[in-house]
Design a protein around this ligand. Structure first.
Ligand code: APR
Ligand code: PHB
Length: 389
């Protein structure tokens, strides 16, 4: 088989790239190791920056998001039983969209299938060959049959545990990592959200986040020790911990209910340099991971896809390879800013087990400065709604 671009990974990064390329008449094949149902069963975050919204519109996959998503003009920060608001609209003139990543992925799958785009599911043993030549190819097995796809370019959209990043030789690849000493225990409940906007809460007991998916589907998180397992937490224990960590006014009006999903995610910051090796390009979680505090995971994958899509489009349609040559440098420049913001929000709002009394006072002073200073709030708002591509 031959195609122009092989895309390894059928998550949001791979599917968005495939859809954008198709819109420009560029052929691709998506290789996904799981089934579609497995991919769609993943519960992920739900905040879209304007850049991602624009890409979904450009890909022709924005109708349901526009109809069902929630536009948020700001967010609430709570500490020491007091709440203040970061006004995105006032400070940046723009907003974010609350629309589950699972729904984004569902919409992308639907568009790919409707357009007859090729997705090969349940592939095994994907291996990248000759990425440093002008004739790369990918081999894999599906249904017990060995397959080979010759191509011009390979997009590694296969997430943190994929094969693409590791194809870049150890002597070439540099990895930067920070593992946080806690995780997030998250639940979904078919209950009305506690507020119209998200509440990021810092408390002596730990961080909590009140989010949502729709008018009757809420997403809540509490910081928990890395040693905890979801089964260690009854629903009652979760709700009591959440109530202790959010302001009394919110706790008093919180509507609880049975969890329909309960999971614990570890928090890490991770970046790979470079994000390309010959004709292999890393995108999204294959190249970088952020703690979910700043909602930058999908939105940083989006800017990678924007840069790679335009680079490939310029190559095929205009014969220009400047974007291809500059992809890694351009993508990393924005990745590191998203990493910084995600690290900053995580450091600001979480309780660190080894925190000294001085560290705690610094954290409290940081939150107080954010509460009282317009410039600090503008800086946070600009990062939260998304820095320019
Ligand atoms: N071969 C084929 N497919 C693979 C392989 C492989 N060797 N390894 C992984 N995959 C698939 C996974 O099954 C998954 O569906 O690649 C896909 C990667 O998708 P994601 O992990 O969702 O990564 P990405 O598409 O970059 O999306 C980034 O997802 O994890 C969140 O916080 C993250 O919001 C961010 C977004
Ligand atoms: C979510 O809704 O899952 C969510 C929202 C904001 C975040 C992280 C997760 O920062």
């Amino acid at each position: 088989m031959r195609t122009q671009v092989v895309i390894i990974g059928g998550g949001p990064s791979g599917l968005l790239l495939a859809q954008l390329l198709m819109k420009s008449g560029i052929e691709s094949v998506v290789l996904e190791r799981k089934t579609k149902d497995y991919v769609l069963a993943r519960i992920r975050a739900g905040i879209l920056e304007q850049g991602m919204i624009g890409l979904l519109r450009e890909a022709g996959v924005s109708d349901r998001m526009e109809a069902e998503g929630y536009v948020h003009d700001g967010t609430l920060i709570a500490a020491e039983n007091a709440t203040f608001r970061i006004d995105f609209k006032k400070h940046t003139g723009t907003t974010v969209m609350v629309y589950g990543q699972t729904e984004v992925t569902r919409d992308l799958y639907e568009a790919r299938e409707k357009a007859g785009g090729k997705i090969v599911y349940e592939v095994e043993g994907v291996t990248i060959h000759d990425a440093k030549t002008d004739a790369p190819y990918v081999t894999y097995t599906v249904g017990g049959q060995d397959q080979r796809i010759d191509c011009d370019y390979i997009a590694g959209c296969d997430g943190f545990h994929g094969v693409s990043r590791k194809t870049i030789p150890d002597g070439v690849r540099r990895e930067f990592e920070k593992v946080y000493p806690f995780g997030w225990l998250g639940i979904l409940s078919e209950t009305p959200p506690v507020d119209d906007e998200l509440i990021y809460a810092s408390s002596p007991e730990g961080f909590a986040l009140c989010s949502m998916r729709n008018a009757n589907l809420s997403r809540y998180y509490v910081q928990c020790p890395l040693t905890d397992k979801p089964e260690d937490w009854s629903d009652a224990a979760f709700w009591e911990a959440l109530k202790r960590r959010i302001p009394e006014e919110a706790a008093d009006k919180l509507i609880t209910g049975p969890s329909i999903e309960k999971s614990i995610a570890p928090l890490r910051s991770f970046v790979t340099e470079p994000m390309q090796w010959g004709r292999l390009f890393l995108c999204g979680d294959a190249a970088h991971i952020v703690p979910p505090t700043g909602a930058k995971g999908l939105n940083t994958a989006a800017s990678d896809i924007h840069y790679l899509y335009h680079a490939l489009r310029d190559h095929y349609l205009d014969g220009s390879d400047e974007g291809i040559d500059q992809y890694s440098a351009k993508a990393l420049a924005r990745v590191w800013k998203a990493e910084r913001f995600s690290w900053w929000m995580t450091s600001l709002l979480h309780h660190f087990p080894d925190q000294s009394d001085f560290d705690l006072r610094m954290q409290q002073a940081d939150i107080a400065f954010l509460r009282d200073n317009e410039a600090a709030q503008k800086a946070m708002a600009e990062n939260y709604v998304g820095l320019p591509y």
